[in-house]
Design a protein around this ligand. Structure first.
Ligand SMILES: *Cc1c(COP(=O)(O)O)cnc(C)c1O
Length: 234
């Protein structure tokens, strides 16, 4: 049995140390507990440990979990989002991290208007250029931000990336640095309706390096909830 409270506290301490090393204030970094595949009871344990931001990658899981957990939680959509499912999360989602096309942003815009709100989004960037990953290329990101900025139901708040899976977090440092630089370049363009306040980067294996490189949101699943079991009986 995973001790979620102990795990959460230890991740929290590592976040704090990374902030200190980088000369950053702890309040600059949001720790998102990535609870995908995990049951409600485990989310409740994390809540008791202090987690208030949760990340999910499936709409069905979000719609099942959101109504039954306390309403001071911020819910983050971090997985690939299909346009026909945006409507189910438009009302309650705090931030959609995974926008990588104008067409998806357009649908979010429509559903945001129906829900009478503006929906904060991040642009997902495939920094390492892995062809197994979603996300836009580095050199297409500025153009996409400009196009999406015209949609007044969405607010671009920054960038997100999923770095390659690696046993050596140092090998992802250049990717984090590139995403940070891109966010500075885009901020300098001063586009209406586009801010670069949020940089969502860093997961269980590499969140400390990501914080050192300027991350403002780390997405930690395994480190808090333990390994995920996707199998049926395994
Ligand atoms: C699953 C997932 C995470 C968490 O991964 P861990 O390695 O378990 O921390 C973070 N971000 C995204 C987009 C994910 O899908």
């Amino acid at each position: 049995m995973d001790d979620i409270k102990a795990n959460f506290n230890s991740v929290e301490e590592r976040v704090l140390s990374a902030c200190k090393r980088a000369g950053r204030d702890r309040s600059e970094v949001t720790l998102i507990a990535v609870s995908k595949t995990k049951p409600i009871e485990m989310l409740q344990e994390a809540y008791e440990a202090g987690a208030r931001d949760y990340g999910e990658n499936k709409v069905q899981e979000l719609t099942a979990k959101m109504p039954v957990l306390p309403n001071d939680i911020s819910w983050h959509m971090i997985g690939h989002l299909q346009r026909n499912k945006v409507k189910y999360i438009a009302e309650g989602i705090s931030l959609i991290h995974s926008v990588d096309s104008y067409r998806l942003a357009e649908e979010i815009n429509i559903q945001a208007k129906k829900a009478k709100r503006r929906i904060p989004i991040l642009i997902e960037v495939n920094v390492a250029g892995e062809d197994t990953k979603f996300g836009v290329a580095l050199d297409e990101t500025l153009q996409l931000c400009k196009e999406i900025s015209e949609l007044d139901g969405v607010e671009i708040k920054g960038l997100m990336t999923i770095a390659p899976y690696t046993p050596d977090p140092e090998s992802n440092r250049p990717y984090f640095r590139q995403l940070k630089q891109l966010s500075i370049d885009i901020a300098n363009e001063k586009i209406d309706n586009v801010s670069m306040d949020i940089l969502s980067m860093g997961m269980t294996g590499d969140f400390e390096v990501a914080i050192e490189e300027g991350s403002t949101m780390v997405r930690v699943g395994t480190g808090i909830f333990g390994e995920r079991n996707y199998g049926t009986t395994a």
